[in-house]
Structure formats: C-alpha cells, structure tokens
Design a protein. Structure first.
Length: 514
C-alpha cells in the first residue's frame, strides 16, 4: 500500500443517530485528511442487518453536512473505491474468508446457539465465568478442527449452518504501534476466536472492516477507543492475508460531565443537554432526541467545542475555525485519557461565535423569528438591535427573547422592579423625565445620558430611584443593555410614548392593588 497518500475513513454503522463522540471521530479524521492533503471517506458498515435502523444513514450524512465535515468519497458522492456501503460489497469478502480457511487461519464452526449457551453454562457452574470460544475451548466444540474431515464435508454438503471463525495462534505476541497510545502488545492467548463470517452468509464487522480498509487503501484508521480490543485481531488478519496494516490511532472516550463513565445517549436527556448533533426522531415511535442544530448552536461552535475535547493546540487559543483546526491539528496532541464533556463550556463557545458575528449577519439570522412574530422593521433598525443585544445572548433566539421590546411596546412590566422601585412620586418624576427627553436633539445616547444626569441633579434624585423605572417603562424589563443606547435605537417618539402609556398602566396597577 502506498502510504504517501493519506486516506482515512469514518465508518459508522447505521444503527441509530450519530452520537457526538462519533462526530468527534469523524472530525478528527477530516482534520487529519485535510491537514495532509488526503481524502476523507465515509463508509457505511451495515453488515449487521439485525441492528439496521431506517433513516440512520441519511441522518449521518445530514449531520456531517451540517457540521461542515463533508466527505470526499461516500455512498452519496461515489468515488474510485466504491461502493461505500458494505451490504453492496457482499461478493468481495467471501474469497478472503476462503483464503483464511485454506491457510488454516480460520475454520468452520457448526455450533448452534444452544451449544454455545450450554458451554457457557457449564463453565459458569465449574466456577469459570466469562467463557470464550478460544484456543483451549475450541477442541470441545463442533468445528472443523475438532470434527473429522468426513463429518465436516458431510455437514457442508448437507448445507448445515456454519460460521467461520478466526483461529487465534497460541501464545503469540501481537504488537502494533498506536499513534496515540504508543506500542500495544497483546498475547493471543487472551484473544478469542472471533466470528469472521456469519451463518447468514455475511461477513462480520472485523472481516469487512479489514478487507475494506485494504481495498480502499486506507492509510490511517482513526477511531474510538472502544475498538482498541479489536485491533490485535485486525492486525493479525492483515498479516494472515499478506497485507500491510494501516496505521492505527484510537481516540480517548468522551466522558460524562462528572467524569464517571462514557457519555451515553441517555445521559443527555437525564443531565439536560443534547448528545446528538441534530434532532433524531426515533422511527415508528413518538420518542425524539434533541440535537445541537435545533437547540440553536452554530455548527462552527459545536465543531470547535468537539475539537477541544481530546485534542489541544499546545497554546491558550480556544477559538478555531475549521480551517484553523486543519492547520493546527495533529494526532500527537490528542490525549490518551478521556475528556469530560462540559455543557457550560459548549454554551460559551456558542456565545463567542455569536459575538463575533456582524450585526448584519445576526439580523439575517433573526429574520425568520421576526417573520414568525409578524414583525417587520427596516434592516438598519434590526441590525442596531442585534448590536445592542448580542453581548447578552448565547443563542440567536436570545436576541428575540431579550430584545422583543424593540419591536413591540411592553405589555407587562417587571413585577419586582415595580414592587420595589415604583414610589408614590414616580409617575410625576417620569413625566418630568419625558418632558426633558422631548427637548433633546439629536436624540442620541450621548445627549440622552447628559440630559438624564442633569435631570437627576436638578431634581436631586439618585440613579436608583429613576433608572430602574425608566427601564421598566421603556422595555418592561428589570435589566438590559444601556438605557441611553436603547433610547437612541427606539427613537424619541417611541420612548416618550412608552413612558406616557407605561406611567398610566403602572399607576392603574398600583391603584388597583391598594
Ligand atoms: N462500524 C464501526 C462503528 O460503528 C467502525 C469502527 C472502525 O472505525 O473500525 O463504529
């Protein structure tokens, strides 16, 4: 195999939606490929038909596209090494299983599931739990190593169901170099005789994975740590088939926020955050799992956050665009230990990306929400609102939640402010303030602030007596961005009108409460 060109693959099984750990694996593969000018391939590993889930492949493709980590070769895009779905490659695998049989690196096994269950039970009774089909137990099972040649032939001729198992050599040290973990050494005495070919005539993951990685000229296998125990078998299969193995890199796990165990798909709902990139509606059920896209995250923020879960740039820089990640990424900066997922940090990333967007980009993003609320204002106005609110927002939807008073006069007034700050003379004070405001020209933040301050001085009023009430009248809220800037954006007429109608409404409220 030509190792000068980097070819990596992301090889999910379409057994459900892609967990964010899977997205991170795809991302690291993508970054590695792009960094080395190589190809990033999507291969769908659907050899286990019993776990096939309708819609999962489409979900994976859509999620990767949303994240911006689009493959160079895939079932959808094709490529020189297709097909890219294992169930469409069925004819490719069997000859290699036959080759392994011929070289005695594999054997036929005829055991029924009952036979296997009995063997397991017997071992348990004898105080040996964790029974395995291996170099010791295989001699007491029904396979082409333990049965006579005649019987084997007869069973095959009869069409008896069989699987093909890998024959693990006895006491052999398998060594391989993992790009993240260094040397990994495993003695074959600790490995079982894995099934390579199933009785349904399809290869297992191990067989198909190795054959495809070879055929697709994969240079580096970058995948989750959960596949590390399979790697020695894969290394042996390459050896048995006379092929050069790709390089391996097993990524650390994504851990739950408390660090206790792997982040699982159920954790999200339990702990109040999404574990999937996009929403997943479970087929034929009412169940839906939430996703980062629908939660309002920017894909760039989601990807940036994931990149930092397991990899570090060696500097304090935290914000990276995808292009910057490509430049900075290297496998030797991927850690060995698991990384804890941090929901607050994830929100922080989104906030940073939101802040870095221009007011006009944000105005564009908020437009659908304005339309949905039947609000239509000139773009420059919407941009000014976004400029004022963006420091207080984590998501685009917060701009609406925090800033809808810019589009609609308040219908209610922050209860706490009214209760604590609205005194008997407030109505008069605020009417006086409205009069002062009406004289300001041009009506901009600097002038408004100056006039407001001199109003306080003349009337000998403290800021705390006036500002909260001013805010609640104009915005309905107890907190928000600078009042002077809010007023400038709203314009003189709207501000004065809001003070006047608010004074009436609150006075009426207070009167009825007495
Ligand atoms: N099909 C495996 C999975 O679902 C792929 C593992 C690998 O990358 O070798 O994750």
């Amino acid at each position: 195999m030509d190792h000068t060109s980097v070819r990596v693959r992301f090889a999910p099984s379409p057994t459900g939606p892609l967990h964010m750990g899977g997205v991170r694996t795809a991302l690291y593969n993508y970054l590695f490929a792009k960094k080395h000018g190589g190809a990033f391939i999507l291969r769908v590993e659907d050899t286990d038909q019993t776990r096939f889930v309708e819609g999962a492949e489409a979900y994976i493709v859509d999620a990767l596209n949303w994240c911006g980590i689009t493959p160079d070769e895939s079932p959808q895009l094709g490529g020189d090494f297709g097909p890219y779905v294992q169930s469409q490659r069925n004819d490719i695998y069997k000859p290699y299983a036959d080759k392994l049989l011929a070289s005695e690196h594999a054997y036929y096994a005829f055991d029924t599931s009952e036979d296997l269950e009995n063997a397991r039970e017997a071992a348990k009774k004898a105080g040996l739990p964790g029974w395995q089909y291996n170099h010791i137990t295989r001699s007491s099972m029904k396979n082409s190593l333990s049965l006579s040649e005649d019987e084997v032939r007869q069973r095959l001729d009869n069409g008896d169901p069989y699987v093909i198992r890998a024959k693990m050599p006895r006491n052999h040290e398998v060594r391989f170099h993992d790009e993240i973990r260094g040397w990994v050494v495993v003695n074959t005495n600790n490995l079982d005789d894995k099934v390579l070919f199933k009785s349904d005539g399809l290869p297992t993951y191990h067989m198909a994975n190795v054959v495809d990685d070879h055929h697709m000229e994969i240079s580096h296998v970058i995948r989750g740590e959960e596949w590390l125990p399979s790697a020695p078998l894969h290394v042996l299969l390459y050896e048995f088939l006379g092929w050069e193995a790709p390089k391996f890199a097993h990524l650390p796990l994504l851990l739950r926020p408390d660090g206790k165990g792997k982040l699982s798909k159920r954790d999200g709902d339990r702990l109040g955050f999404s574990v999937f990139p996009t929403e997943w509606k479970v087929p034929n059920s009412d169940e839906t799992f939430s996703g980062y896209r629908e939660d309002g995250y920017f894909p760039e923020a989601f990807i940036n956050m994931l990149a930092m879960l397991g990899w570090n740039p060696g500097t304090n820089q935290e914000i990276f665009s995808l292009e910057e990640l490509v430049k900075a990424f290297s496998l030797d900066r991927v850690g060995k230990s698991g990384s804890k997922f941090d929901h607050d940090k994830t929100k922080w990333f989104n906030q940073q990306y939101l802040r870095s967007k221009s007011n006009s980009e944000l105005a564009e993003l908020i437009k659908p929400t304005l339309d949905a609320n039947s609000v239509s204002r000139e773009t420059s106005y919407v941009e000014a609102v976004c400029g004022l609110i963006k420091e207080r927002a984590t998501f685009v939807k917060d701009i609406w939640a925090e800033g809808q008073f810019f589009f609609k006069a308040p219908q209610s007034y922050d209860e706490k402010t009214v209760r604590k700050k609205w005194k008997d003379d407030t109505a008069e004070v605020m009417t006086g303030l409205a009069e002062v405001l009406s004289t300001i020209d041009p009506f901009n933040a600097v002038n408004i602030e100056a006039q407001f301050k001199s109003f306080l001085e003349t009337k000998e009023l403290g800021l705390g007596r006036v500002l909260p009430n001013f805010r609640v009248l104009v915005s309905g809220k107890g907190a928000g961005p600078s009042m002077f800037e809010i007023c400038e954006v709203l314009g003189k007429e709207a501000v004065i009108q809001r003070i006047q109608s608010g004074v009436k409404a609150i006075s009426a409220l207070k009167a009825s409460a007495q």
